[in-house]
Design a protein around this ligand. Structure first.
Ligand code: 5RP
Length: 230
């Protein structure tokens, strides 16, 4: 059922797609539906993928890829999310693509989130917050993260270096970094926490996407619901 809901949200997002657009392509199971649908419907678009997996899928379904430079205008980016709060702030990065996703979202003229309705929360934080960190000195960065969390009033967080899928060692992002998953329970002030964690040397970015989403399309059991942020 959840997968049907994800597909409904992805389908609804197609209404925002026009021929000639450069599209930011997200990562994750909901974004997979969107990328496949864009390919199947034969839109004349170029894609800026937010991960190697998405790049491979886009090519498979016939979407031309763009290598962005300073002049690239991304008309619309569409991506999934792990949690969305009433202000449209997000936790992303469950799939490990947070950095590229944030670069693409930040650059896009319009950023639309597609998600099943279970991602809608009253307060962020039940989903562990992914924080992408540089591998060098990772233990020192984890210690500094603990201190920054405590200073931000988020004491007692359980921090885990994300393990590699089905193997030994730790997961690596497409950019070759580690991810720390921070179990916070509740995030009291997402914007302040994002700013505080981003200040820690060794932190590349956090999975907090603050003020980036323009619209969230939730897939439900029967249809879709929109949350317009601005
Ligand atoms: C990947 C992400 C995904 O968008 C997020 O994890 C949601 O994934 P899914 O659509 O599979 O529920 O941020 O880094």
């Amino acid at each position: 059922m959840t997968d049907d809901a994800k597909k409904r949200a992805a389908e609804a997002a197609l209404e925002e797609v026009r021929d000639g657009m450069t599209l930011g392509l997200g990562t994750g199971s909901t974004a997979v539906h969107f990328v496949r649908l864009v390919g199947e419907r034969g839109f004349d678009v170029r894609g800026v993928p937010s991960s190697d997996d998405t790049a491979a899928l886009a090519q498979e379904v016939g979407i031309e890829l763009a290598v962005p430079d300073e002049t690239t205008r991304i008309d619309l980016a569409v991506d999934g999310a792990d949690e969305v709060d009433p202000d449209g702030h997000l936790i992303k990065g469950g799939g490990g693509a947070l950095l590229r996703e944030k670069i693409v979202a930040q650059a896009a003229e319009r950023f639309v989130i597609i998600a099943d309705a279970s991602k809608r929360v009253t307060q962020l934080g039940a989903f562990p917050l992914p924080v992408e960190i540089e591998r060098f000195g990772w233990g020192l960065t984890v210690r500094a993260l603990r201190e920054a969390l405590a200073a931000a009033g988020q004491e007692g967080a359980e921090l885990t270096l994300r393990p590699a899928k089905g193997g030994s060692g730790f997961a690596l992002t497409d950019g070759g970094n580690y991810i720390v998953d921070a179990r916070l329970g509740r995030i009291h002030d997402p914007a302040a926490l994002d700013a505080a964690l981003t200040m820690v040397p060794g932190v590349v970015t956090t999975g907090l996407f603050i003020g980036l989403a323009d619209r969230i399309i939730y897939g439900t059991e029967t249809g879709t619901e929109n949350q317009d942020v601005r």
